[in-house]
Design a protein around this ligand. Sequence first.
Ligand SMILES: [Zn+2]
Length: 415
Amino acid sequence: MAAALGALFALTLCAATIPATSSEKEAGAATEEKTAVKEEKAAAKKASEKALTPEERAAETEKKQGREASAELEKQYKLVKDEAVNARVERIGKELAKLANETEVHAHYGSPKIAKFDYVFKVLDDKDVNALSMPGGFVYINKGLLDYVQSDDELAAVIAHEIAHISHHHMQSLLKEQSKLNNQIAVALLAAIVAKGSAGDVGNLMMGAQMVQIARLNGYSRQAEKDADMTAIAYLAMSKSNPVGILTFMERLARDEVARPAIEWGIYQTHPYPAERSRDILDELRKRNVPIDRRAVTQAAMAELKKSEKKPDIFEAWVGGAKMFEAAAVDGQSSEDRAKAIVEKLNTLLNSGISLRDIRRTSDPPTISARGELLLQVTEADASLSAPMTAADILREAYNALYRTLVEQDLQQVY
Ligand SMILES: [Zn+2]
């Protein structure tokens, strides 16, 4: 049942989106029978007390589906009990849930009709990078995803995406399409049998129908994913979070998906194209004039000033966690002042989004500059401080540290 549940509701990174068969649903339902009967009686009583509008009835159905699916899910997974972890997810989730309950956002898929759901946020003790939502307001974040995000802004992006699946009633649309399709397949099969087709023909027809089903479902789930991304951006833009988090999260996912061994692509054939989604997200952020500062929402490498552990009064410039340059005192400028000037210039440049192609190196005199601005010049004093390293060696070490940092950064930005 875990796989079926995952297939039904895990829409963020959905591996496969073939809904549960009716027999699987029945098997799950049977275990829930007593609770379900009780709940139905209570619901019937409530309904007779007060006539519900069609929208309210639909919302009640979603809540009921969500409650049942959540109960089933929580039998399969352990929940994380750590209070700080839950408080973080809840703080971010509640703000976005309030926005979703108050603001109607255009729906590219599903329906934008507001149903005021009581959103619940829980953390699954599971190492997969995933999050999932159930109709009616149930949001689950895997612990693996909490380890993967690099900021609250990225976490907010994932939660906003899951809320969008719920607030735009995606599951209802998906189920409707699915039941239509099942009828079509049944009609096709019946036609084949009535026409006394050979067993082989029926087999081929079934295979074809299944393929159509999968292909069409992918279409729907991609539409649902796109709508959840666009709606998430709308929610994030109204929230305290920086909407750029959804871009950096998706870009990192795209990069890591590419790094996966080829064999996994077979299993992930219905996977929701993070590179394509990243492009759509970037377009939408630009349309909304959101400043694209990726460093603000990721743990991007910065330059830092460090005191030498071996040499008294000597300071070093570090970048991306590696030592870049050890500064000697030159022309009345202290080691600290020189190293500090490099660190400050470098951080300004890194924040403005420099990349490898902005960096120039000269050997005589030995310098590194970025966007035409001199970043550092290796002097005789630096060479004697770091002997037996030559000025050329020092320049190479500094350049390599910067190079590695920028390559790493450029890899994170696929465009
Ligand atoms: Zn999704």
